[in-house]
Design a binder for this molecule. Structure first.
Ligand code: NAI
Length: 255
């Protein structure tokens, strides 16, 4: 099989890092793209022990940076087959305290980053003369409301809408567009939220984390690798006949 190339945003840590690790394991050359260049370089160095990887600095909320990062991926890795728009931020905010600045920041990263990733991927796939797969990060919070998550939740519902529409727009070009919807994953993002929940209750981070597992049918929080395995399926040939879908990987929270 010819070498496949994947571009993964937010891959310095958390779910994005686990996706990059899994895709290298599956034989992809991977561009580790992140706002945090030092973290991306660290991840790429680790990945190079098992395959091919490069680190790229990108702010996904900036359209020109996303196009430049994807161009660099094609130049340095020779092709592009999969784009994973994973980078996101997840603050908890009571609805009446959301500020215009928070709104601008969270929407420009979580939704803007997905638009720019789709546009840049389409341009690259067309230039390369083949189709490809675009995979976007939504969430279980993109399916149901959660307390104090109106800002975040709105962005993740939006990602499902963009995914469904882009899937129809790009299907004639041989491009599939799907989303993945994690539940509660043990990453630095969730650790921050658990810390906040614990502090507010006068308890520790572990207590904060345990509060989230109460509504999970499988009775445990998700590891980043649980999500990465499903993203690998969306990135691989076994999902070729799927597009416009939002795959829930939440241990049984939303069904
Ligand atoms: P994380 O906070 O642990 O990692 C996010 C990564 O994205 C970091 O490396 C950060 O530097 C990077 N990043 C942030 N803003 C960026 C920007 N403007 N440009 C480029 N990179 C940027 O987050 P985590 O938990 O790994 O989440 C990854 C994705 O999964 C996000 O879209 C998140 O909303 C989604 N998700 C996470 C869940 C969880 O429980 N952790 C649940 C559902 C969805």
């Amino acid at each position: 099989m010819a070498k496949k190339v994947a571009f993964v945003t937010g891959a310095a840590q958390g779910i994005g890092k686990a996706i990059a690790q899994r895709l290298v394991h599956d034989g992809f050359a991977v561009a580790v793209a992140d706002f945090n260049l030092e973290g991306a370089q660290q991840t790429a160095t680790e990945l190079k022990q098992n395959g091919q990887a490069i680190a790229i600095k990108v702010d996904v909320s900036k359209r020109d940076q996303v196009f430049a990062a994807i161009d660099k991926t094609v130049t340095e890795l020779g092709d592009l087959n999969v784009v994973v728009n994973n980078a996101g931020v997840g603050p908890t905010t009571p609805i009446d305290t959301i500020t215009p600045e928070q709104f601008e920041k969270v929407y420009s990263i979580n939704v803007g980053g997905v638009y720019w990733g789709i546009q840049a991927a389409k341009k690259a796939f067309q230039k390369l003369g083949h189709g490809g797969k675009i995979i976007n990060a939504s969430s279980q919070a993109g399916h149901v409301g959660n307390p104090n998550l109106a800002l975040y939740s709105g962005t993740k519902f939006a990602v499902r809408g963009v995914t469904q529409t882009a899937a129809r727009d790009l299907a004639p070009l041989g491009i599939t567009v799907n989303a993945y919807c994690p539940g509660i994953v043990k990453t630095p993002m969730m650790m921050d939220i658990a810390h906040q929940v614990g502090q507010e209750a006068g308890k520790d981070d572990e207590w904060g984390m345990q509060q989230f597992s109460q509504n999970i049918a499988l009775g445990r929080l998700s590891e980043p690798e649980d999500v990465a395995a499903c993203v690998a399926y969306l990135a691989g040939p076994d999902s070729n006949y799927m597009t416009g879908q939002a795959l829930l990987i939440d241990g049984g929270m939303v069904f």
